[in-house]
Design a protein around this ligand. Structure first.
Ligand SMILES: O=c1[nH]cnc2c1ncn2[C@H]1C[C@H](O)[C@@H](COP(=O)(O)OP(=O)(O)O)O1
Length: 222
């Protein structure tokens, strides 16, 4: 469930709510999947006789950037970040502090990085704020290294950073498979909305991936 979207200003005027601030870090990449498939704006032909979701010989244009999420202590996927008390500090400053704890990286988050604010469906009285920040590939790699080597929370509250695969392989591997996992609160909706609004995936690609993820989720387990 996505929850109800509101403006950041309105959310800060509401009484009795906690504020959870999280961020989607992402970067262009020159990396090649399996050493040969370019990871950015590639076109592949899906030629499978019995695909789970995509018709045979469909040409899929893929925009393969690398957004990051994390595997949390509770086994759920979510974005880096945490609770911020706006009575004590700004949402952006609190988020930067959380990032230092979880990723061991000093990242300046600004009001311009704000993407959306939402009254979350669960738990009650929680407002979730998502920020999005585009980094250079080297910066993203450095943040990934720091998350393992220096972050206070590594191995405790955060089990590891993960890149979101935006490509789609035959039989739904890649993004649809990723979406079939379990996510904390409304972070899955946040991911889908951010990818759409930033133009990283088209509404059609997102709808296909969501439908495919549902089939994977309810299909036979190996
Ligand atoms: O990625 C997320 N997107 C939206 N809501 C989230 C996300 N991660 C957690 N949450 C919710 C669930 C929790 O009720 C609060 C605070 O979670 P957490 O990140 O664990 O924060 P603390 O470390 O407890 O400060 O936000």
């Amino acid at each position: 469930m996505a929850g109800k979207e509101i403006s950041k200003e309105e959310s800060l005027s509401l009484k009795g709510y906690r504020h959870a601030c999280h961020i989607m870090l992402y970067a262009d990449t020159d990396a090649r999947l399996f050493g040969k498939i370019p990871m950015k704006h590639i076109v592949i032909h899906v030629n499978v006789s019995d695909p789970l979701c995509y018709p045979a010989s469909l040409v899929v244009e893929l925009n393969l950037l690398s957004p990051q999420m994390q595997m949390r202590f509770d086994g759920l996927l979510g974005f880096p970040g945490g609770l911020v008390n706006p009575a004590e500090e700004s949402l952006e400053r609190g988020l930067s502090r959380e990032l230092w704890e979880e990723m061991g990286t000093a990242l300046e988050v600004t009001a311009e990085d704000h993407h959306s604010s939402c009254v979350a469906p669960s738990p009650p009285h929680l407002i979730t704020h998502l920020y999005c920040k585009r980094l250079r590939e080297e910066e993203l790699q450095e943040a990934e290294r720091a998350a393992v080597l220096t972050a206070a929370d590594h191995g405790l509250e955060v089990l590891g950073m993960v890149r979101v695969p935006l490509y789609v392989l035959k039989n739904g591997g890649g993004f649809p498979s990723f979406l079939s996992h379990s996510f904390i609160s409304n972070s899955r909706s946040q991911l889908l909305a951010a990818l759409r609004d930033l133009g990283l995936l088209s509404p059609g690609e997102l709808d296909s991936a969501v439908a495919c993820a549902e089939k994977i989720r309810h299909g036979p387990q190996p």
